[in-house]
Design a protein around this ligand. Structure first.
Ligand code: CUA
Length: 332
């Protein structure tokens, strides 16, 4: 009774978690590589649950019949030896061999770094303290923290780091890879449904490690191509007096020393490329949404939004901030 209850509770809690769906849920796969991992996980969970139930059952039986001489199930020394040989040696060897073959042949191979010829797109992801620089080799597109991919396509993600070790993981799409300075690691991203999949840095990389989020948008191919074409373009030219003034403030203040806006004289590389800032849904590696009030707060007082970040607070007057906002909001 009690054994069944424990197993039932564990299974119930797991199913409950699996049912949460959507947000960084490892058990809610959105593509073939992660689906393989999840199958392996369920097989291991099921096998462990059965093994656990058998062991607890035997312990319970032994405890209930503790006053009787001999084995709890009856039988003498020969029966005891048989139990040890079968349950203690033969069964574990068979189970571990099956799991080894299954995980090595079916799972590890499908989540290994993809052969380049088997992928349709390469995305470069560079870990930085604390954001993700994202580039699309072969185009001039550069963005941050938000990766767009065509649904169904096999995407070769090439990851490296510019400072310390980070680790890139989008739980619904595949396993994690470490991003290490001076070397590259690769992982396959493949989504078989459209959607927005959240990931996070999973290697402690400093003060804002926990606020180093990443989003993957799996989109219909035509929509993805339109997005990429726009991202590859230089920034829009300001059209209003406010925007023009904002651009001058951006150039003359510290902004341009750290950020690039392609097509202008701002070519800093300490922070994210802002050429198409307004096409992003989030700011500061997903710490805040990309809305007017949040962007304003981020510019005025970044150290309260994200303590330790390299973004300095600027002493802007109200009209300066208004003009700068007008310019930033025109970067579509
Ligand atoms: Cu980057 Cu933790």
């Amino acid at each position: 009774m009690r054994t069944g209850c424990v197993v039932g509770c564990v299974a119930g809690a797991t199913l409950l978690l699996a049912g949460c769906g959507g947000n960084q849920n490892t058990l809610d796969p959105a593509g073939p590589p992660e689906r393989r991992i999840v199958h392996l996980w369920w097989w291991m969970f099921g096998g462990s649950a059965i093994g656990f139930a058998v062991i607890v059952g035997l312990l319970g039986l032994g405890w209930m019949r503790r006053t009787r001489p001999g084995l709890p199930g009856g039988g003498g020394d020969r029966a005891a030896t048989a139990i040890v040989v079968v349950l203690g040696v033969a069964v574990p060897i068979v189970v571990l061999t099956i799991l080894f073959v299954y995980s090595d042949i079916f799972v590890l191979r499908s989540v290994a770094a993809p052969r380049k010829a088997s992928t349709q797109l390469t995305v470069k992801v560079i870990g930085r303290q604390w954001f993700w620089e994202v580039r699309y080799p072969g185009t001039s597109a550069a963005t941050a923290n938000e990766i767009h991919i065509p649904v169904g396509a096999r995407v070769n993600v090439v990851g490296t780091s510019d400072d310390v070790i980070h680790s890139f993981w989008v739980p619904q799409l595949n396993r994690k890879i470490d991003l290490i300075p001076g070397r590259t690691n690769r992982v396959l991203l493949q989504a078989d449904r459209t959607g927005r999949f959240r990931g996070n840095c999973v290697e402690f990389c400093g003060l804002q490690h926990a606020h180093m989020g990443v989003l993957v948008f799996a989109e219909p191919p035509a929509r993805f191509q339109a997005w990429l074409r726009n991202e590859a373009k230089p920034a829009r030219t300001p059209t209003t007096a406010l925007q023009r003034s904002g651009r001058e403030i951006f150039d003359s203040q510290a902004c341009s020393g750290c950020h690039t806006i392609r097509g202008t004289s701002a070519r800093g590389t300490n922070g994210p490329d802002l050429t198409h800032l307004e096409t992003r849904q989030t700011l500061a590696a997903l710490a805040i949404p990309n809305r007017r009030a949040d962007l304003e707060r981020w510019i005025r007082d970044p150290q309260h939004v994200k303590p330790g970040s390299k973004m300095p607070g600027l002493e802007l007057t109200k009209p300066e901030l208004r003009d700068l906002m007008a310019y930033l909001e025109s970067l579509r």
